[in-house]
Write a protein of this length. Structure first.
Length: 134
């Protein structure tokens, strides 16, 4: 379990490195077929244990036929600030409606939300991350 966790962590780090290598996509702001899927999990009152895995979910019913950018990314957000240094998931299809992520080790006592990027950033309600086994 320990080495698996380490493996996943390394994988996530690699993903982060890849994401950093890409230019941030500003064109989404002006896209026509913008798909802003509501995040359904985590919701208000959700508590995550750092190190544990969870399935983030969002609605895909309203997805337009042609999505400008269907490659999804998930980051943490605190207040008005998206933490680009904390990539929870990337490279998945925004039409999937779900992706498994590992709760990161982050300072406790802060309200976090998730930003789901595809076409456009969409925020989950605020939830809590507490110390687990990371
Ligand atoms: C979606 O894209 C295809 C191929 O570019 C195009 O033929 C089609 O008309 C588009 N559909 C909509 C609803 O925009
Ligand atoms: C990530 O970025 C946020 C906001 O800039 C910062 O508060 C936080 O300390 C950073 N975390 C790490 C691990 O660098």
């Amino acid at each position: 379990m320990k080495s698996f966790t380490t493996f996943v962590f390394i994988l996530l780090s690699l993903f982060s490195a890849l994401v950093y290598a890409l230019p941030l996509n500003e064109r989404n702001v002006e896209a026509r077929d913008v798909f802003v899927p509501p995040v359904t999990y985590p919701h208000q009152g959700t508590i995550w244990l750092a190190g544990a895995h969870y399935d983030v979910t969002w609605e895909t019913n309203d997805a337009p036929v042609n999505i400008t950018n269907s490659i999804g990314q998930i980051y943490l957000r605190v207040g008005e600030e998206t933490w680009l240094n904390t990539t929870l998931a990337s490279g998945f299809n925004i039409r999937d409606g779900t992706v498994r992520v590992q709760a990161p080790k982050v300072p406790t006592g802060i309200d976090y939300s998730l930003v789901l990027f595809g076409d456009s950033g969409n925020f989950s309600p605020e939830f809590t991350i507490i110390n687990g086994w990371l």
